[in-house]
Design a protein around this ligand. Structure first.
Ligand code: 13P
Length: 255
């Protein structure tokens, strides 16, 4: 059975001081370790503070990385800068990186390879816009293209370190959530893709996260779907209370 991964993507929120308060409050709500794996992806400047608060089942992630190891890339962060702080996961290809910062499938593929070569775990984000969902081509074609391009030539062995987050763009930060049925349908499609392009063992092992207005009021329905193995959470991960509630729901479903 796959272990739940409850991941908070803080985006451009929380200073180091606010990070400290978050963790203090979080441990007042929960006892660690939990059965689920808990991941926090703070902004880069809050990573050292978050690192001080890691315990039990909590791990640290980054929201982005540069594909190159070092060099003249003003404003960028390399993988070795992250590994010094025990960063375990890196989010790659978030829709905000794709649309606001012009990241292409090719650039995302380079980053995935860098993360895997550095023995960290990439979380590849895929998702369609509302127009794409409603178009003749449909949502599945978009997701298939993002998977094929992002994961091109990745060996089955390396695929075991990959997590995939399905984040329909129309559900991110909008309060609009994919119904559990829509989310499950896409997660099932992704698992079938893994089965066809890697093998059954990989398809069974790789965790598929749902992201897009996931919150305590809808988490139980979504997380109880067969192919949904956790969440990549924005807004509801910023408050320790609601994030703790999401973890509690995953814990209940783990039993
Ligand atoms: P929200 O949970 O705020 O919709 O954000 C989802 C997301 O983009 C996580 O990466």
């Amino acid at each position: 059975m796959r272990r739940y991964l409850i991941a908070g993507n803080w985006k451009m929120n929380k200073t180091a001081r606010e990070t400290k308060s978050f963790f203090e409050e979080l441990s007042s709500h929960l006892t660690f370790p939990t059965q689920s794996e808990i991941l926090i992806c703070p902004p880069f400047t809050s990573i050292p503070e978050a690192h001080r608060h890691l315990q039990g089942s909590i791990v640290l992630g980054a929201q982005n990385v540069h594909a190159k190891a070092s060099g003249a890339f003003t404003g960028e962060i390399s993988l070795s800068m992250l590994t010094e702080w025990n960063v375990a996961y890196v989010i790659v290809g978030h829709s905000e990186r794709r649309t606001l910062f012009g990241e292409t499938d090719a650039c995302i593929h380079e980053k995935i390879k860098t993360v895997l070569q550095g023995r960290l775990k990439p979380i590849l984000c895929v998702g369609e816009t509302l127009e794409e969902r409603q178009s003749k081509q449909g949502a599945f074609a978009v997701i298939e293209r993002e998977l094929a391009n992002g994961l091109k030539d990745i060996s089955a062995e390396d695929m075991r370190a990959v997590t995939i987050a399905y984040e329909p763009i129309w559900a991110i930060g909008t309060g609009e959530t994919a119904t559990p049925e829509i989310a499950q349908e896409m997660h099932h499609f992704i698992r079938q893709w893994l089965n066809a392009h890697c093998n059954t063992a990989v398809a069974e092992q790789v965790r598929l996260l749902y992201g897009g207005s996931l919150k305590p009021s809808n988490a139980k329905e979504l997380l109880s779907k067969q192919d949904i193995d956790g969440g990549l959470i924005g807004g509801a991960a910023l408050e320790a209370k609601s994030f703790a509630e999401l973890i509690r729901i995953a814990e209940e479903l783990s039993h």
